[in-house]
Design a binder for this molecule. Structure first.
Ligand SMILES: Nc1ncnc2c1ncn2[C@@H]1O[C@H](COP(=O)(O)OP(=O)(O)OP(=O)(O)O)[C@@H](O)[C@H]1O
Length: 250
């Protein structure tokens, strides 16, 4: 079953045909199935951020359609879209985006408070996710008193509290050392395997992408190729490196 479907997405910045207009995406077709762990890779300027912004409803395509759980994302008015995004999408960012004035527990609860969930429901969810991601002991701490890996596990828990259909992770390993990168990728793997939540990752990091089941490579705003993981992760990583060399760019 397809959770996310992008149909012929075109994005032109500036007035089409005007001088200085940039075609950032040029007919992207993408279908993501439930429980899939997918990475999007591509050289700088290839359109990854633009695509992520469109797939998450932050930006509108110039033409084309995005269906999330069968719902046409860009047909909604601003209020319905904001509500839909809060309930159906989870986000994990490179710089965590945790609020320093709130504890780990309060950060995790925040999206549920906005959804007006009951206290008992919130407590139960926090305990479930804190157990899964091994952060029970730091729930009372503030973000500046915990490590980057722990901040990221907090951010993943926060992204999951409203049981979203999909998690978008934008360079989640970008600010982490290799040990924390491993931890976060194992966390996202857990999200897919144990909660069957779909994860779509945008990354430059070959190591991070090697955790995914499928990698879609974009270049100059179009899908260039894709790779599926058929063997163990380390072999897949070699395969991806080789593919990126053929693809060129940085
Ligand atoms: N707001 C904007 N206005 C005009 N052009 C833009 C805008 N945002 C991005 N672009 C252009 O669209 C193209 C794709 O940019 P995008 O940021 O999506 O690439 P990217 O693959 O995410 O790059 P990076 O890996 O460096 O973050 C680039 O040519 C960029 O200069």
């Amino acid at each position: 079953m397809s959770v996310l479907e992008a149909r012929n997405i075109v994005k032109v910045y500036g007035k089409a045909e005007a001088e200085g207009a940039t075609t950032a995406l040029n007919g992207i077709q993408l279908s993501v199935t439930k429980g899939e762990f997918l990475a999007i890779m591509g050289p700088s300027g290839s359109g990854k951020t633009t695509l992520l912004n469109i797939l998450s409803g932050i930006d509108k395509p110039t033409s084309g359609e995005v269906l999330l759980g069968g719902v046409m994302l860009h047909d909604m008015d601003a209020n319905s879209l904001a509500q839909f995004r809060r309930k159906q999408l989870g986000f994990v960012f490179q710089d965590f985006n945790l609020l320093d004035s709130l504890t780990v527990k309060e950060n995790i609860m925040l999206p549920m408070i906005l959804e007006k969930k009951s206290v008992s429901e919130m407590e139960e969810k926090v305990q479930e996710l804190a157990g899964l991601f091994e952060i029970e002991d730091i729930l009372h701490k503030y973000p500046y008193h915990i490590s980057g890996g722990q901040q990221q596990r907090t951010a993943v828990s926060r992204a999951l509290v409203n049981d979203p259909q999909i998690i978008y992770a934008d360079e989640p390993t970008g600010n982490l050392d290799s040990k924390s990168s491993t931890t976060i990728m194992e966390c996202l793997e857990k999200v897919v395997k144990e909660l069957s939540t779909t994860v779509l990752l945008v990354t430059h990091d070959v190591f991070a992408a090697s955790y995914c089941q499928r990698i879609v490579f974009i270049r100059d705003g179009a899908i260039h190729s894709s790779l599926e993981k058929k063997s163990e992760r380390t072999k897949f990583l070699d395969e991806v490196m080789e593919h990126l060399t053929l693809l060129g760019g940085n």
